[in-house]
Design a protein around this ligand. Structure first.
Ligand code: ADP
Ligand code: MG
Length: 267
């Protein structure tokens, strides 16, 4: 099994936060808990999140499949403190997120893989991009390089270490962005459409990586086969609320009909 960043990270590093309790909680504890979250974009009446509840526990591997515009990305940005809800409570690793300072402290523990890798990668080389997070956490340059090399090796990307990030293919960028997120030793990964634009080979690699990481994650995707391969349950979103797998029944039609072999969600 691939070693997790949590396990591979040296404990000698001094993160720039000392107040927050970022100890991974016990097995059944919540990593992320949203209670009654409502959010509308400024100037809009549309409640993208409407009294939404979500509880992601340690060890969960949850998929999210919902139509475009249903608020999936907004949900992840709310968890990260990038969208500020009007009502409700966000708890990360048992800590209530009330101020920008709370989010700043916890952000390195929640690894968001952006929908567009170019939003995530901004350094000249792959190694710089992956080492950026650990350096920001207070690691020495050598520690940051060591951690980054280890992660790049785990993901089979060591040959790209000195590559110019913006010249990589979309698939390579996605994996480098994942390496950059993992280098922060997050307690949870939030993945926003990670297979978008990937060819079959990179998709297969991503499935392999996720299945060999010992980490809690929540992954948004339109691709049922992908979600089926990497998650234990699939949620949906409707009218600003989460529908858990108790409330929906997601299955794949194995027979051929006029729409082909598309997944269906029955409420
Ligand atoms: N920055 C923004 N400003 C205003 N409205 C937005 C913004 N981002 C998204 N929206 C709107 O919020 C709704 C949810 O969008 P989004 O969270 O991106 O959905 P999804 O990720 O499920 O496709 C959509 O109606 C979208 O048009
Ligand atoms: Mg989206």
């Amino acid at each position: 099994m691939m070693t997790t960043p949590t396990k591979t990270q040296p404990n000698t590093a001094q993160p720039n936060t000392t107040i927050i309790d970022s100890t991974p909680p016990a097995d059944t504890a919540s990593i992320i808990k949203l209670t009654n979250i409502s959010f509308a974009y400024p100037g809009s009446e549309n409640k993208v999140l409407n009294c939404l509840n979500l509880d992601i526990k340690q060890g969960d591997r949850i998929g999210m499949m919902a139509p475009n515009g249903s608020g999936k990305t907004t949900l992840l940005h709310t968890i990260m403190g990038l969208c500020k809800p009007e009502t409700g409570c966000i708890e990360v690793l048992g800590n209530p997120m009330e101020t920008e300072k709370d989010f700043t402290r916890i952000r390195s523990r929640v690894g968001l893989l952006f929908q567009d890798s170019d939003d995530q990668l901004f350094c000249p080389t792959v190694l710089d991009d992956v080492a950026f997070g650990p350096l920001n956490l207070g690691y020495s340059r050598q520690q940051a390089i060591d951690v980054s090399r280890k992660i790049l090796k785990n993901l089979g990307l060591e040959e790209f270490e000195q590559s110019v990030t913006h010249r990589l293919s979309g698939g390579q960028k996605r994996l480098v962005a994942l390496a950059a997120v993992l280098a922060m030793s997050p307690a949870i990964l939030l993945l926003d459409e990670p297979t978008a634009g990937l060819d079959a080979a990179v998709k297969k690699k991503l499935i392999h990586i996720l299945n060999h990481l010992d980490i809690t994650y929540f992954v948004i995707s339109h691709e049922f086969d992908f979600l089926n391969a990497v998650t234990d349950k699939v949620y949906s979103m409707d009218k600003g609320k989460i529908l858990t797998d108790d409330e929906i029944h997601v299955h794949r039609h194995e027979h051929i009909h006029k729409h082909g072999k598309h997944p269906h969600i029955h409420k």
